[in-house]
Design a protein around this ligand. Structure first.
Ligand SMILES: [Zn+2]
Length: 249
């Protein structure tokens, strides 16, 4: 287990699937952006592999120099490590919806109870309540070293989902959480707050942004011309047909 360089200034520091960055099999991909003077983390994993995740971050930078960790959304595989991040002194940054769910470790709002019941998480897994340091909304720009980290509202996969855009080494990188995946796929689940109409608006709007690299919360990265794949997903939504579902393909 180690920090795995993905593109210039970006590392994979946690994952449920990448063999070299594995923190816990239930974790999403967790990323570090670091330009040598400052940076941010994107997503925290479940918390089950928090020690390994924090150790991987410390391989690359002094965690105290980071602006914090942006939690893209409140599903446990992305947000469950927020309490561990907070305990390690890392400011946790999220949407208001995510902050409210994490404050009370809400198993209904986050769909954790249902996901655990069908075996997505271990039977004894629980969210630890955590306090979000700063509420983010679309249009916010975080300064981290020499980086500008843009926050974009991206509901659809669930309420309160954010994605993150960062310009590094001449390329625009989209950290898409569970919003978009390689191959122009999306993540649709039969849960209370997966909203296809909002998803369509989100993806069409993202297709209007210039994106070179797509780093999703699961699966393979798209290291060049990612805008073409986002455009394919948007075109499908424009024709009123949901794009391929990452969870079934
Ligand atoms: Zn999710």
């Amino acid at each position: 287990m180690a920090a795995v360089a993905v593109v210039d200034s970006v590392w994979l520091v946690g994952s449920g699937s990448h063999p070299d960055a594995l923190t816990d099999p239930h974790d999403c991909h967790c990323y570090l952006v670091w330009d040598g003077t400052g940076g941010v983390l994107v997503d925290t994993g479940t918390g089950l592999g928090a020690g390994a995740w924090l150790a991987a971050v410390a391989e690359v930078c002094d965690p105290a120099a980071l602006t914090g960790v942006v939690v893209t959304h409140y599903h446990a595989d992305h947000a469950g490590g927020a309490a561990a991040a907070q305990a390690a002194g890392l400011p946790v940054l999220s949407s208001g919806e995510t902050a409210a769910a994490l404050a009370s470790a809400d198993e209904s709002r986050t769909s954790l109870a249902r996901a655990r019941a069908v075996g997505v998480y271990p039977p004894d897994y629980r969210l630890t309540p955590s306090t979000v340091h700063r509420i983010l909304a679309g249009g916010d720009v975080l300064r981290a070293g020499g980086l500008e980290v843009e926050i974009v509202d991206a509901p659809g996969h669930c309420d309160g989902h954010l994605v993150v855009l960062v310009r590094v080494a001449g390329r625009t990188v989209l950290f898409s959480g569970d919003c978009l995946f390689a191959g122009g796929r999306v993540s649709m689940q039969a849960i209370h707050d997966c909203r296809l109409d909002r998803y369509a608006e989100t993806v069409v709007a993202l297709a209007g942004r210039e994106v070179d690299v797509l780093l999703p919360g699961h699966g393979e990265p798209v290291l060049r011309d990612a805008g073409l794949e986002i455009g394919r997903a948007a075109e499908s939504f424009r024709r009123l047909v949901p794009p391929p579902n990452f969870l079934t393909s």
